[in-house]
Design a protein around this ligand. Structure first.
Ligand code: TRP
Ligand code: SF4
Length: 329
């Protein structure tokens, strides 16, 4: 079985955008690949260093989000990034081969700097793609399931690995050059019509939201603004709710669009249908969440055990690397 590694920054709970964009896919991938899930708490520090308590509780939240959507702890290795010294060590070695300019020109770094409103940037933030290269390679992951926003990081990682191998490693000891595993998944827009569902945008439905909260949030979702009364014909192409129907209630999507265009369904009813579909999806997830929430010790054990397993692999990688770099006496 090939090994895959992917991860989430531990800066808060995960939402439906994460579910549609990556978690759902992970659940399928775990059957085909040896799956490593990284709880990226160090990467979380690059933007949230002033809020370490949030990062700590998010380690649990993100692990539970992953577990409750159906990642199987018997099969999947959960890793807490800060427990893996080999990631930190590789980050330092890789940093020698990475120019500041190449990081400054990384499109995702640029976008995020704007998003966070950074005028200047910390060394840690600018360098997080280097640390991400270490995340992927410490355990020789061959494939990285990612969305397109992470592609620049993967390209940077591949470049670092090629340079590193050419400089220090021979064919038998080479660091594995990872490849992207791109999946065709929709990007979920926010309830407010913003192109992205995001924590900081306040337009998200969380996997941990209860049924009433979902109902409330859907009720406030932006609809076709030209449709003022129920007698007006609507345009589903200008409506967030229809986009969600397509994803969460796909069987009824065509039907709902037709009814909307012919003023045969009111927005309140339409939203109600959507609420039912989303709650149907979330209901089994909530049940599992409840189980893990009341068994935090178990969650901790899953993370610690996974991290131990990962360290056996990472320590071996570092021994090999130090030897090749002539750092062992
Ligand atoms: N940067 C990723 C994100 O924001 C999270 C992440 C950290 C990651 N380390 C990783 C993803 C390694 C893939 C592989 O979603
Ligand atoms: Fe949107 Fe549904 Fe209202 Fe049409 S009926 S505008 S799809 S909420």
């Amino acid at each position: 079985m090939k090994r895959i590694l992917t991860g989430d920054r531990t800066t808060g709970k995960l939402h439906l955008g994460h579910y549609v964009g990556s978690l759902k896919n992970r659940v399928a991938l775990q059957e085909q690949y040896e799956t490593f899930i990284l709880l990226a708490d160090i990467q979380a520090l690059t933007t949230h260093f002033e809020n370490p308590k949030l990062i700590n509780s998010s380690i649990y939240d993100v692990a539970i989000d992953n577990l409750s959507v159906g990642l199987n702890p018997e099969k999947v290795t959960f890793i807490q990034q800060s427990l893996i010294p080999s990631i930190a060590e590789l980050t330092v070695f890789y940093s020698m081969l990475t120019t500041v300019n190449s990081l400054r020109h990384n499109p995702t770094i640029k976008t995020e700097m704007k998003q966070y409103g950074f005028k200047d940037v910390t060394y840690g933030f600018l360098g997080y793609p280097v640390s991400q290269a270490a995340d992927i390679t410490f355990c020789s992951a061959q494939l990285v399931p990612v969305g397109d926003d992470q592609l620049p990081h993967l390209e940077q990682a591949r470049k670092i690995v090629r340079r590193f191998n050419a400089l220090y490693m021979d064919e038998t000891s080479a660091i594995v050059e990872p490849e992207a595993l791109l999946s065709e998944v929709p990007r979920l827009i926010g309830l407010d019509g913003n192109s992205k569902m995001g924590k900081s945008l306040g337009n998200a439905i969380y996997l941990s939201d209860d049924a009433e909260v979902v109902r409330d949030k859907v009720r406030k979702a932006v609809t076709d603004t030209n449709r003022i009364s129920i007698a007006d014909k609507g345009n589903p192409d200008n409506c967030v709710v229809s986009v969600y129907h397509k994803i969460f209630n796909s069987d009824q999507y065509d039907n709902i669009c037709e009814m909307c265009k012919n003023a045969q369904i009111g927005c309140a009813t339409c939203k109600n249908e959507l609420t039912i579909s989303i709650n149907q999806l979330l209901s089994p997830i909530r049940e599992k969440r409840c189980y893990f929430e009341s068994n935090k010790a178990l969650v901790k054990e899953i993370i610690l055990e996974g991290s131990n397993r990962a360290n056996l692999i990472g320590n071996e990688t570092i021994a090999r690397v130090k030897n090749a770099m002539h750092l062992s006496l």
